[in-house]
Each structure stands twice: as C-alpha cells, then as structure tokens.
Write a protein that binds this ligand. Structure first.
Ligand SMILES: [Fe+2]
Ligand SMILES: [Fe+2]
Length: 231
C-alpha cells in the first residue's frame, strides 16, 4: 500500500488544446502519464491528482479525460484546479454520487489513508492577474473550505494529516500564508501542491522541509510525468 501524488494532467481528448505549444516536454504527455502511473501505482495504492485534470469546459467535454483517469490503477482522489470548469465546488457531493466506486472528489470533505486524513482545497496565491481585493476574497474562501476539510477529519478522530492544494501554498516572496499557518496549526506532515509549470515557476513556493512540514511540488511536467511517492 502506498500513497502517490501528481497534478496537472491537462488532458484534452475531446477539445483542441495541444500542450506542447507551451514546452516540448508536453508532447504525448498523456501517454507518459499512463505509462508511469501504471508502472508505479498498484491497484491497492492511492493516488491524489492535484487538479487541472481536463481542458474540457463542462462534464460532457471532460468525459473521455475522466474516463482516462478512471482507468489508471489504484484509488484515485481528485482535487479541484483552476481549469476544472466541470467541477462546481458547491456540487461536489453530486460528483461523488455519480462517480461512486470510480473517482473520489476532495472538497469540503476528507479521505483516509491508513491513520492519515487526506485534506485539501484548491488554495490560491497572487499571480498579478486580479485585484488585491479579489485575491484576498478568494484566498479567504479557500481557507474556509480547507478548514472544513480539516475539521471533518478531526471530528472523526484523525490527528495525522496530509494537506493537498492545487495552487502553491505561498505567493512568490511570502514566508508564510493562511495555508502554511493552517498546516502548522493542525500539525500536518506534508503539504502537496502543483499548478506551477515550466522551469521558471518551479521555485515559486516552498519545497522541502519548512517548520517541520515537508512541502512537495507535484506538477506533472516538474515530475516528468512520474508520480511522486508521498507515503
Ligand atoms: Fe496547470
Ligand atoms: Fe492550475
């Protein structure tokens, strides 16, 4: 039994969105994902996929992409990324009902892995694309969603946590954020995030141990499409 993570599959089986325009590393990236996930992840393992699953704009356009994820080995837990238009955060329970036994969607809930609770939300950091007011509003809402995830796990008796975010936990230059503070408050063992693509973004936030917490970047291109073993 092992816990794995990787994010940002950016699949596009039903829409025209070639990823290699951003970097040649993305050429046939879905084949690399399939190859390495199948090689690493056993049927008894769990893999958390940290958002940006599909370029499809609705569930219909994402169908083939989600099917691709479904057919990968192991238990698949999905986190919401900024490009996951098919996933209305408020309707996560409905997604969990329709994909029961196939995919699990992590939002305002938690999943267990041994004696760990896997908690998470999309998160947010400032990328200069919106006003400070909007950034603060989204970050606060994401903080509330993360706390719901933690508190549900805590109420069920969990005291060991692995925390998943789509966005990096800090904005460039920050030494801490509401997300790192919450990770420290609940005593999480690891914080896993993705979203950052390309060499110039890989050092946007924490990697390695900070204040006793292990931070890991698991963007698929950063990992060269090989899932990262978390536990
Ligand atoms: Fe992404
Ligand atoms: Fe993203």
């Amino acid at each position: 039994m092992a816990l794995w993570a990787m994010g940002d599959f950016h699949l596009a089986f039903s829409v025209d969105k070639p990823m290699e325009v951003f970097d040649p590393i993305w050429k046939n990236h879905e084949k690399k994902i399939q190859k390495y996930v199948t090689k690493c992840v056993k049927d008894t393992d769990t893999i958390v996929i940290t958002g940006d699953h599909s370029w499809g704009r609705n569930l219909e356009e994402c169908e083939t992409d989600l099917k691709f994820i479904e057919e990968l080995p192991g238990r698949k837990i999905l986190l919401r990324g900024n490009h996951d238009m098919f996933w209305d955060a408020k309707k996560t329970a409905r997604l969990n009902d329709s994909f029961e036994g196939r995919l699990q969607f992590l939002q305002n809930n938690y999943y267990n892995y041994g004696d760990y609770a896997l908690v998470g939300t999309k998160g947010y950091c400032y990328e200069g694309k919106d006003s400070i007011e909007h950034f603060l509003k989204i970050r606060e809402r994401e903080g509330e969603r993360l706390r719901i995830s933690f508190d549900k796990a805590k109420a069920d008796g969990y005291s060991k946590f692995i925390m998943f975010l789509h966005y990096p936990p800090t904005t460039i230059g920050e030494q801490e954020s509401p997300f790192t503070q919450m990770a420290e408050e609940y005593g999480v063992a690891q914080v896993i995030y993705s979203h950052c693509h390309g060499r110039e973004r890989y050092d946007d936030s924490f990697k390695g141990e900070v204040n006793g917490i292990m931070y890991r970047l698991v963007s698929s291109d950063y990992l060269k499409f090989r899932p990262e073993r978390i536990l």
